[in-house]
Design a binder for this molecule. Structure first.
Ligand SMILES: N[C@@H](CCC(=O)N[C@@H](CS)C(=O)NCC(=O)O)C(=O)O
Length: 215
């Protein structure tokens, strides 16, 4: 059996979510960087063969099964390796509720705002909209974390990996998380987990995002 492969880009928080989960699970795998400046149709043949949507991350397991979409990959690896999942059926359901929430909320605000501030500027109206949604998302997370150590109980799960991924780059979106103390405390708990690595320490070098690139 071949080692699993994770196609990533160093500037992709979606890639980081999965890389962090694999690291905390102790699963060995090979990272392959993808140049996001290259049009999707011209990316490497091995990537195009497995990337159903042309995006990173893509995970290819030991049997060659390719899984796309960060939260689907998190769900897949939690079940495949039996780690970072809820302990009870109710907790496992709660975990997947957070995955679905993240895809429609955090993934639709903070990553876009951060990309605009750091790489290719979007309209001011779009930035304002993403900022407003991001604040509402952080309010919701803060409320959840006031009464819970992690998002689905007292142990970390893929729900935490999904929701925390981009928050380690909050400074790049020029947002100060001090307004959300429960979120800050939760990020600190995640940072303290054995094996935790910051995004740029975990994701290998990829061709830098060129000026004007949109993802
Ligand atoms: N919903 C996807 C989003 C993935 C995504 O937006 N990937 C970006 C990098 S963070 C990408 O590959 N962009 C390349 C492109 O759009 O060509 C997920 O959760 O995996």
């Amino acid at each position: 059996m071949a080692a699993p492969i994770l196609y990533i880009n160093r500037e992709s928080g979606h890639s980081y979510k999965v890389a962090l989960a694999l690291r905390l699970m102790g699963i060995g795998y090979e990272q392959r960087p993808v140049d996001l400046n290259v049009p999707r149709a011209e990316r490497s043949a091995d990537f195009r063969a497995v990337a159903l949507f042309g995006e990173v991350p893509v995970f290819v397991d030991e049997d060659g099964l390719a899984v796309c979409q960060s939260n689907a990959i998190l769900d897949f690896i939690a079940r495949r390796y039996g780690k970072l999942d809820g302990r009870t059926p109710a907790q496992r359901t709660r975990v997947r509720e957070w995955l679905a929430w993240e895809a429609n909320r955090i993934a639709m605000s903070l990553p876009h705002l951060r990309f605009s501030k750091r790489f290719t500027r979007a309209d001011a109206a779009l930035e304002a909209w993403w900022t407003q949604r991001m604040h509402a998302d952080f309010d919701r997370l803060d409320e959840a974390l006031l009464g819970s150590v992690f998002l689905a109980g007292d142990a970390p799960t893929i729900a935490d990996m999904s929701c925390c991924g981009y928050l380690f780059w909050a400074d790049q979106a020029e947002v100060d998380l001090a307004r959300w103390p429960a979120v800050l405390a939760w990020l600190e708990r995640i940072r303290s987990l054995p094996g935790w690595r910051a995004p740029y320490d975990l994701l290998i070098t990829s061709p830098p995002i060129a000026a004007g690139t949109r993802t």
